[in-house]
Write a protein that binds this ligand. Sequence first.
Ligand code: PMP
Length: 368
Amino acid sequence: MSRAYNFSPGPAMLPESVLLEARGTLLEYGDAGASIVEISHRGAEFMDIAARAEADLRTLLSIPDDYAVLFLPGGATTQQALLPLNFAAPGQRADYVLTGHWGATATRQAAPYVDLNVAASSEADGYRSIPPVASWRLSDDAAYVHVTANETIHGVEFRPAAPGGHAFPDTGDVPLFADFSSSIASEPIDVARFGAIYAGAQKNLGPVGIGVVIVRRDLLERAGQPRADIFDYRLQLAADSMLNTPPTWNWYVAGLTFRWMLDEGGVEEFARRSDAKAKLLYAAIDGSGGFYRNEVEVAARSRMNVPFFLPDAALDAAFLAGAREAGLIGLKGHRVTGGMRASIYNPMPLAGVQALVDYMQEFKRRHG
Ligand code: PMP
């Protein structure tokens, strides 16, 4: 077996112990007499898996009791469409702050349902920064304010806990909604600051195909907009996120990943590891004498996704081919930005980042 260090942005690397455990259950789950993917979601085995997953996620993220947790099929984009349907009156104002590609995607999902206000955007500088909160043009009557905690493509992150890092705004009575798809569980989150937190699982939480929504329960009383039952968070909650057949396999493997994170020491430990990994990689980029470049405002640099450029895009193919030979995959940048991107989520060990840094230095010696 030759598993590489996988820097893919998502679907992304999972812990080997999780994959091995999941593999074992593909043929038979416990003494169920059938595979994990063959048993009913209503049966005792799966009900237990679902309850355990929620309990573990609540422990992992210190989710207060007045917040509900939903496990829903599809990814973050689905939630970007469901949030306005559930929480904004038809045509009500909603404020969006754009610090990268995914914030812009969120506005496209909401546009049919709300009076969209882009309260701030760093698009003009190529999404290389976070506009200072003082410059945001928030509306008093907005249904909510939406931000992207970590922009996966542009490598821009709010860092409330870091000295000099960008804090989340205090939005008063207007609830703050945050897309945490690519940074959830990588450091402690003060959940109570948010009306809703959502994430697709395929970065820090498990396999693609399922998303998590953490929502303040009182917001579920809002009427929202006419919508089918299946798009209704309140009905989903009443049905334990099983209004229809849920993606049981994805839910199960996500649950294994939650347990792995708890066993490893929880989000405080992953905050330490993430800082160490990011520091090592940014130091290699900044110390390369300009050979490698990361163009993001230093205070807004993401710990999870590190985009970087070579001096000449003509070198990109050689860089990627050499990386593959060195056992490093998934480094090609997103098509909207080009260049390279290393995604270093929780399952990526420091040794993987060290191997990347060693390769980058070797590549520079040959091509610099
Ligand atoms: N938001 C963020 C921050 C993301 O990184 C992604 C996916 N990379 C999305 C939203 C869209 O997620 P999905 O593909 O699960 O719908």
